[in-house]
Design a protein around this ligand. Structure first.
Ligand code: 13P
Ligand code: SF4
Length: 305
């Protein structure tokens, strides 16, 4: 089967089996094309909550599939590629944060959605990169413990100067690997381009940007901007998608280190095999985990509205 035939088969199977396919915007173009919903982590969790199909198939990473399961515990939630984790989500576990919380009594624990469902059970509210500032501003407590991403946390702290925000030493190794030197090189190569970066980049890189935002924010900004040239400081798939969507504009990669192996792991064949019941993994969480972790997600959706 060629790609187009495989896509047709996937569309047929998902209709026959009543499956809704969600794809994060870091997924390959051929996967986004067969998805019912695409978007950043926040949009996908809001979309997942509305889905009517009995089965949800996530093309993304494990914490995203877990978030779907938390929102729709009665549904079958499948992760197309079981190896697709997230280096940031794996950095901090429940036991570690239980100990840290003892040093910060009375603090509201804000967890980036890039965390495991287990860890979410002991946090107060989740945020995504697109909703973090708005949600932290709305929290009825000035003392915030923000986990795990210290770069996103610094960005939030800058936007919320009235809050006392404590950060831990976590983050996305891929975004955090981008250096100021790389920014200088890209700006020298493309002097007319606007620099758009994800807040998971280090503060020194973010300071050089014309726009800082989530994957969806970057896409929207580039599409709406009157400028014709952009340097994209997030996973390289976003520059690729934008180049297809805006043929009259030019998109450049900020760094070739911005390749997430987890997001790249899902293939169209994985999606097909998953629909055939030959691959993929069903996300299973205990009732206690679902009840405790879901509070954080519900709170995120309530405050993110
Ligand atoms: P978004 O919240 O922008 O979708 O990003 C998720 C992510 O994993 C970024 O590395
Ligand atoms: Fe996780 Fe970083 Fe990959 Fe995003 S880019 S899924 S934070 S490892």
């Amino acid at each position: 089967m060629n790609i187009a035939q495989l896509q047709q088969e996937i569309l047929r199977l998902k209709k026959e089996k009543d499956v809704c396919i969600l794809a994060h915007s870091y997924q390959a173009r051929e996967i986004c094309e067969i998805a019912d919903y695409t978007g950043d982590s926040y949009k996908l969790s809001v979309d997942a909550a509305k889905v009517n199909n009995q089965t949800i198939l996530m093309c993304g990473v494990r914490f995203m599939a877990e978030t779907c399961k938390l929102l729709s515990p009665e549904k079958t939630v499948l992760l197309a590629q079981p190896l697709a984790g997230c280096d940031m989500a794996d950095q901090m576990d429940k036991e570690m944060i239980e100990k840290v919380k003892k040093d910060y009594p009375g603090y509201t624990v804000v967890a980036y959605v890039n965390t495991t469902a287990q860890l979410k059970t002991i946090c107060d509210v989740c945020v995504t990169s697109s909703s973090a500032v708005q949600i932290v501003k709305k929290i009825d407590n000035d003392n915030i413990l923000f986990i795990p991403d210290c770069n996103l946390g610094s960005f939030v702290a800058q936007q919320c100067p009235d809050k006392n925000i404590k950060l831990l030493n976590g983050g996305c190794p891929i975004h955090a690997s981008v250096t100021v030197e790389e920014v200088k090189r890209a700006k020298a190569l493309y002097p007319d381009a606007e620099l758009l970066v994800h807040p998971e980049c280090i503060p020194a890189v973010c300071e050089q940007a014309d726009y800082i935002g989530s994957t969806a924010g970057i896409i929207q900004y580039a599409k709406n901007s009157g400028k014709k040239e952009f340097i994209i400081g997030t996973e390289i798939s976003i520059a690729e998608h934008l180049q297809y969507d805006c043929p009259g504009k030019d998109f450049h990669f900020l760094s070739l280190k911005l390749i997430c192996p987890h997001m790249k792991a899902t293939s169209l064949m994985d999606v097909y095999n998953c629909l055939e019941g030959k691959a993929g993994e069903e996300i299973l969480l205990s009732d206690e985990t679902i009840t405790a972790a879901r509070r954080c997600i519900d709170e995120m959706i309530r405050l993110g509205d």
